[in-house]
Design a protein around this ligand. Structure first.
Ligand code: ZN
Length: 395
């Protein structure tokens, strides 16, 4: 290389800088395969499937050795075969120069590939399916909850690969009659779910009258990350044995789905008066909730509670809507392997899946960022307010 530079210098040309573009994903929640990086205008990439599973959609990688101001193009060539291959239209890739400030890069779904171009400002950039919530940040969040939000480590489970699954309890009144459960990121690629939990925990740090009233009536049980193996491995959907945790609530066992098994055991020990399971949806560019209308035990009482929750969340000014979402299950036809349905049925309680978008909340679009961590956190604060307002009615 030095000789080459010397020859160029001899011929009186500008020495070419020694830049070699490098693409890596060998880090927390990293996922990409490089197929052909020979043409920087069209770098060919592929998303790796989850371990022991055919699902894929989540990607996260770092590109280094870029020349700022040059134009680079990237093509996720197998996007058309991903788990939700209808979800790419209207989707824009997330990018960051510093892993703090994440912005959207205009992207298009063409010829079965997700394609985007960038003229980087810096020599390195990270790309991801959504603003990643790292395991390091998770560790910080647990410490923050314990030190500043009045939480205690109530119990701790273990993932297949031995990562901790913390169950936090916030209890300010030993006689509090209600037990409220909120769990997040069963689907490991749905990083907005742990951003939501961070918003919840930050609100718990700021004591206010509404929260105080809530915590006189109820203990909170929080699982900020249900699927740490999948998240770390850059999975979309499954844990390290290839199991979809949100299809395991009728069959959880200590070997293949210890994450669900642990939480179910704790729920049976404690009881559940309200359950929220926090997710992200690949296709629908809106925040929405999914209730238990198809459960065999669904009743007018539960229907009224669901309606009241939705009404209050709308009235709170949260980024939320009730027009778009999943079709309602027919009566008695619910899939009881889902956490929301299983818990709602077993404990006869108000139970929701809450879905946030990977794209944007189209009722109030913010093209620069799309839906992101900050908006997930704001939503959590509103949800906690709604829960506070309803705690008296739950039983
Ligand atoms: Zn999900």
């Amino acid at each position: 290389r030095r000789a080459e530079t010397a020859i160029l210098a001899t011929f009186g040309q500008q020495p070419v800088p020694e830049v070699a573009m490098q693409i890596s994903s060998d880090f927390d929640s990293g996922n990409i395969e490089v197929l052909d990086a020979g043409n920087p205008q069209r770098v060919l990439l592929a998303i790796r499937p989850d371990l022991n599973s055919h699902h894929f959609q989540w990607f996260h990688f770092k590109v280094e050795g870029l020349l700022p101001g040059q134009r680079y193009g990237f093509s996720l060539s197998n996007a058309g075969e991903s788990a939700y291959n209808q979800a790419w239209s209207g989707y824009h890739t997330v990018a960051s120069y510093d892993q703090r400030d994440w912005f959207r890069v205009p992207s298009r779904f063409e010829d079965g590939a997700l394609q985007f171009e960038l003229e980087p400002r810096e020599a390195q950039v990270w790309f991801a399916y959504f603003e990643p919530y790292s395991r390091a940040r998770h560790d910080g969040l647990i410490a923050q909850a314990l030190e500043r939000a009045g939480a205690e480590l109530f119990a701790c489970g273990q993932s297949v690969e031995g990562r901790a699954i913390q169950l936090l309890r916030v209890s300010r009144n030993q006689q509090a009659p209600r037990k409220l459960w909120i769990i997040a990121q069963q689907h490991p690629g749905e990083h907005m779910a742990e951003w939501f939990m961070e918003g919840l925990i930050e609100r718990l740090q700021r004591d206010d009258a509404e929260l105080d009233a809530l915590l006189q009536q109820a203990d909170l049980y929080l699982v900020p990350n249900m699927n740490p193996d999948g998240a770390f491995r850059g999975h979309l959907r499954t844990n390290a044995t290839g199991k979809d945790l949100n299809r395991a609530w009728q069959s959880a066992d200590a070997r293949e789905t210890p994450e669900v098994y642990f939480v179910q055991q704790q729920m049976r020990r404690v009881g559940v008066d309200l359950f929220l399971d926090i997710h992200g949806d690949e296709e629908i560019p809106q925040v929405f909730t999914v209730g238990c209308a198809g459960n065999p035990g669904y009743s007018p009482r539960l229907a009224a509670l669901e309606a009241e929750f939705r009404r209050r969340l709308l009235a709170s000014g949260a980024e939320y809507q009730t027009v778009r979402g999943y079709p309602l299950d027919a009566p008695g036809q619910a899939n009881l392997t889902l956490a929301c349905n299983a818990v709602g049925q077993e404990f006869d309680c108000l139970s929701f899946t809450l879905e946030m978008p990977f794209k944007d909340h189209d009722d109030r679009p913010v093209p620069q960022t799309g839906w992101n961590g900050a908006r997930s956190k704001q939503l959590a604060e509103k949800v906690l307010g709604v829960v506070a307002g309803m705690v008296d009615q739950l039983r």
